[in-house]
Design a protein. Sequence first.
Length: 191
Amino acid sequence: MTKRKKTVGEEAVKRLANPDTKQGIIDTEREANKEYLSEIQKCIDAHVSWDDPYYVVVHYKKEQLLENVIRRYFLARQSLPTPQWDQDVWRYDPKSGNLEYLWSLPDENTAKWMAGNPQDIHPEQHQLLHFVLDFLDKKLYRFYHTKYHKGDSPCEDLSQSPYADVCAKAAQDCLNAKLEEESQQSPKLIT
């Protein structure tokens, strides 16, 4: 009989009750990143029918009830995403098999602190600082749009994208799946 793996909630509650786990932030990040590229690969494998280059977007979401849990959502889309906080973006070309890292943006508070204190940024974080500054200067999206979509007019918002309907449906499907998952996990309050 295989041993049941603990759920994220069980582990988060345990760590909140006993915060002295001897595991630092760096160790936690390294552990979380062990599965990062395999999750990107799963996203690519789920879209093998797409022939043209597309984008793999990783969204980070802090759980409301478990303050020490951050979830990552790996999504594919055919249009260049608009940069947002808590986001990584990759470009995948199915014909060549090339996966190219484009940018990462941290949460808004971290980004604004970095922009206001560039002299305090560790050298390993200089690339992230560059992404943050380009995003705040509204240069990040334009650079990659110009690089990959020459001749196409840049989208000011999703409704102008040639893939607006596809993206809107995918976003609605994700929302519906999340709502369904939440309704099954949490007890319903009857009044």
